[in-house]
Design a protein around this ligand. Structure first.
Ligand SMILES: Nc1ncnc2c1ncn2[C@@H]1O[C@H](COP(=O)(O)OP(=O)(O)OP(=O)(O)O)[C@@H](O)[C@H]1O
Ligand SMILES: [Mg+2]
Length: 287
């Protein structure tokens, strides 16, 4: 079970991306996080697996607080969390099989990892998982020979062979056509049931979230502003989530310090903060 308590993240830029988020995810539940761009969805997922260090709060996976671990212990715990990214995160010049087996890297010795020596049962599991995601026979294709939907499925296979306790998925469908998006969502929900692990998915497409999730969580401006069944997401709830996500252009609706915006702006002038720029410019409201 994943238990997040009062998670906060303030970036060095002063941007308060998370202002105190709590959430529990367990069983084979599929939880969709929706909300406008900049609401803190990616930051939340990255703080769960500690790719981003939270400023405050706790993240417990089966009772272990990940925010308090040494680097070595954290490395061991990270393999319990399968990450699936929007950009697939595959190594283009490696084969499909090599990409999938990289999900086992946390388990083999450095020397064997370097030589890409994986135990036969890992290879068998990887092959069965490729079959499972509809990519039987693609073992030796290079990753860059695949379509976007196929690449996303390799990313899912790689996460599954980790045998994680939870899948953390950030915008799995935003680069895909509607048909491939549904195929990916079908796959993720089936894996939750088959592997009996929860899946936490950030997703822009509200309709996909409502069709596939057991529970929907609405983020706006670093806070949870809605949590409930998909069928509770009506026009009012959408307004709450998507209007709540805009107070940065509103006056201080959430009591934001007046200095927040200028601090953000001044960062744009600093070389080497391109990622931040992209995010700031890309804010949009998708309903
Ligand atoms: N590395 C970073 N450094 C500074 N600020 C950041 C960084 N990453 C995100 N932010 C800021 O934190 C806030 C939340 O960003 P985040 O990427 O978590 O939102 P999001 O909900 O995932 O948005 P999107 O839907 O566009 O993916 C935004 O104001 C963003 O500009
Ligand atoms: Mg995001």
């Amino acid at each position: 079970m994943l238990s997040v308590e009062n998670l906060k993240k303030t970036y060095d830029t002063g941007d308060e991306a998370l202002k105190g988020v709590s959430m529990e995810v367990s069983g084979d539940e599929v939880v969709a996080i929706i909300g406008p761009s900049g609401a803190g969805k990616s930051t939340f997922i990255r703080c769960i697996n500690q790719l981003t260090e939270p400023t405050a709060g706790s993240v417990e996976l089966d009772g272990v607080d990940l925010t308090r671990l040494s680097t070595g212990d954290l490395r061991n715990q990270r393999r319990n969390m399968g990450m699936i990214f929007q950009e697939y995160g595959l190594v283009d010049r490696l084969t499909v099989m090599e990409n999938v087996l990289s999900g086992r890297l946390g388990y083999v010795s450095a020397w064997n990892a370097f030589r890409r020596n994986f135990p036969p049962e890992d290879v068998r599991h990887a092959r069965a998982t490729l079959d499972r995601v509809g990519l039987a026979g693609y073992d030796d294709n290079r990753a860059d020979e695949l379509s976007g939907g196929q690449r996303q499925r390799v990313g899912i296979a790689r996460a599954v062979v980790q045998r994680p306790k939870i899948l953390l998925v950030d915008e799995p469908t935003s680069s895909l056509d509607p048909e491939s998006s549904r195929a990916v969502m079908d796959l993720l929900t089936e894996i939750a049931r088959e592997e009996n692990i929860p899946v936490l998915i950030n997703i822009h497409e509200v309709e996909l979230a409502l069709d596939y999730a057991d529970r929907v969580v609405g983020f706006a401006d670093g806070l949870v502003v809605f949590e409930g069944d998909p069928d509770e997401v009506d026009g009012d709830v959408r307004d709450t989530i998507y209007r709540g996500g805009e107070p940065k252009s509103d006056e201080s609706a959430h009591g934001e310090p007046a200095g927040d915006r200028p601090a953000d702006d001044s960062d744009r002038a600093v070389p080497g903060t391109d990622g931040e720029d992209d995010r700031s410019v890309a804010r949009r409201t998708d309903v």
